[in-house]
Design a protein around this ligand. Structure first.
Ligand SMILES: Nc1ncnc2c1ncn2[C@@H]1O[C@H](COP(=O)(O)OP(=O)(O)OP(=O)(O)O)[C@@H](O)[C@H]1O
Length: 262
């Protein structure tokens, strides 16, 4: 496989809790990869390591030929990789539109900003146009002037996607984009992600909803206790011995129901 994203032998512990163990993973350009696993298996931690929010103890991460494991999160965004969060928190004093515009990476110098030069005005116009377009695509235009903190949980997830897309990423990593989202909004998210992928974006999605996984993903990677135990097509999950073991081993836990739905 020609890897767009390559994770090599990544390890991470929090105190005595070894959360990721020798994780290696390759993702090709254009894939939609579902990252699955029981609660606490390390999915969000892996996303945090890849996107620079948590430093790994060991291992390398390469994105489109660039080593990114030592870069800060804001520098990683500039390489073309963006992410959303499981529980997006929104500022209470900013409108939806202002939050979207603030996520723009089209920056200019301090003097430009201070003097509000032609360059600064141009950057602001571009950010506004892009924010308007993305808010429309993700059905948030009717709430664009509301305080972002007043949005529903599902709408905050959509705004999280808008903010990530403001950076014009080539790869987007999403942490549980449909958790707690109403079925109508869920459908909108599915449609939006499929459209982004059709336009060339590579997607990595942490998700427990197996219907969503089967509908959207081209491949699934399964983590169990910090190790990758399977990489297969969504329709092969239910017959994969290691996957069954991962979920049945957690039979007493609620997340098992996710695989039962497969
Ligand atoms: N910042 C942190 N400090 C200490 N422990 C952490 C931290 N972040 C994660 N952990 C621990 O790492 C383990 C894996 O957590 P993580 O959130 O990566 O799992 P997950 O697979 O995303 O779980 P879920 O499906 O429930 O969201 C858990 O035991 C968690 O408590």
């Amino acid at each position: 496989m020609n890897a767009f994203l390559e994770v090599r032998s990544v390890a991470k512990a929090f105190g005595g809790n070894q959360v990721l163990r020798d994780v290696s993973l390759q993702i090709a350009a254009g894939e939609i990869v579902g990252l699955l696993g029981p609660n606490g298996s390390g999915k969000s931690t892996l996303l945090n390591v890849i996107t620079g929010f948590t430093p790994a103890d060991a291992g390398e991460v390469e994105f489109d030929g660039t080593a990114i494991e030592r870069l800060d999160a804001h520098r990683i965004v500039r390489t073309g990789m963006a992410r959303t969060f499981q529980l997006p928190s929104m500022p209470s004093r900013m409108s939806v539109m202002e939050v979207a515009m603030a996520a723009s990476t089209a920056h200019h110098g301090v003097w430009d900003t201070w003097l509000f030069t032609r360059g600064a005005r141009q950057a602001e116009r571009e950010a506004r146009d892009r924010a308007e377009q993305l808010l429309a695509e993700l059905l948030l235009t009717p709430v664009r002037d509301l305080p972002a903190s007043a949005l529903s949980g599902g709408q905050k997830k959509l705004l999280g996607i808008v903010c990530a897309l403001m950076a014009r990423p080539r790869m987007l990593l999403l942490d549980e984009p449909t958790a707690g989202v109403h079925p109508n909004l869920r459908r909108d998210i599915v449609t939006a992600l499929q459209r982004l992928n059709a336009a060339g974006m590579t997607l990595v999605i942490v998700e427990h909803d197996m219907h969503f996984i089967r509908e959207v993903c081209t491949r699934c990677v399964v983590l169990d206790r910090g190790e990758i135990v399977a990489s297969c097509r969504p329709d092969a999950l239910a017959s994969n011995e290691r996957v069954l073991q991962a979920y049945l081993g957690a039979a007493a836990r609620p997340s098992t129901s996710a695989l039962e739905a497969a």
